[in-house]
Design a protein around this ligand. Structure first.
Ligand code: PCA
Length: 198
C-alpha cells in the first residue's frame, strides 16, 4: 500500500495547544484513499524541524507528503502554493530568533507545492468547509519544513506530491482571544478530505 507522511507541530509562542497535533495523532495508522498514514509531530525549532522532517522522508520513503501547521487568525483551510528560501519571524521554541537568512545558501528562491491544491479547495468547499489557496506560508517553521521537503525531492529528482496545509485555530485557542476558530471535528474532516484528493 502507498504511504502518506502526515506531520503536525507542537505548540509554539502563546498557543497552549496546536490543533495539528490532535489531527495527526488521530490519523496515524489510518488508511485513506489507498494511503497508509504515517504521522509525526515536529518540533518548532529552526535547528531541528527541517532536519527531522528530511530524516522522516528518508526513513519512510513516502508516496505523498502533507504537512500541517496552525495559522492562528486565518478563517479557512489554506493549502500553501509556495515555500520560500528564507527564515524569519519570532523566536522559536528554543529561543532562536531568525533574521531573514536563507534556509539553504545555494537553494532556489522558492518551490511550488505539487499537491492538488485546486482539487483540495474545490472538494472542501463542495463539502461546506471554507478553503482557499494561500500564496504565502510565511517565513517561520511551516515555510521552513515545506521548503525542506520540496528541496529534498528536487535534489533527489523524485516527483512526490508534497506540500503544506495551514489550518485555522481550534475553538480551544479562541476562547480567550479574538480569532476565528473551527471545531476539532471539522478540522479533522477537512484534512481527511484533503488527503482523499491525492
Ligand atoms: N504554525 C507555525 C509553526 C508551527 C505551526 O503550527 C507557522 O505557521 O510557521
Amino acid at each position: 500500500m502507498k504511504r502518506l507522511l502526515l506531520t503536525g507541530f507542537e505548540p509554539f509562542l502563546k498557543h497552549p495547544v496546536n490543533p495539528t497535533e490532535n489531527i495527526v495523532k488521530k490519523l496515524n495508522g489510518e488508511q485513506i484513499n489507498g494511503y497508509q498514514i504515517i504521522s509525526e509531530i515536529l518540533p518548532v525549532e529552526f535547528s531541528k524541524s527541517g532536519n527531522r522532517f528530511v530524516e522522516l522522508l528518508k526513513i519512510h520513503q513516502p508516496d505523498a507528503v502533507i504537512s500541517l501547521g496552525l495559522a492562528a487568525g486565518r478563517d479557512r483551510i489554506t493549502p500553501e502554493r509556495i515555500a520560500i528560501n528564507c527564515n524569519d519571524g519570532p523566536v522559536d521554541n528554543q529561543g532562536y530568533k531568525p533574521n531573514g537568512e536563507k534556509i539553504f545558501e545555494s537553494g532556489p528562491d522558492g518551490y511550488f507545492s505539487n499537491l492538488p491544491l485546486q482539487r483540495m479547495v474545490k472538494t472542501l468547499k463542495e463539502q461546506g468547509l471554507p478553503a482557499k489557496i494561500s500564496n504565502t506560508a510565511g517565513a517561520y517553521l511551516c515555510n521552513n519544513v515545506m521548503y525542506h521537503g520540496l528541496h529534498y525531492f528536487s535534489e533527489q529528482q523524485q516527483d512526490v506530491p508534497s506540500g503544506f496545509i495551514h489550518i485555522p485555530a481550534s475553538h480551544q485557542l479562541a476562547v480567550d482571544s479574538n480569532i476565528p476558530s473551527w471545531s476539532d471535528a471539522d478540522l479533522l474532516r477537512a484534512v481527511q478530505l484533503a488527503i482523499a484528493c491525492l
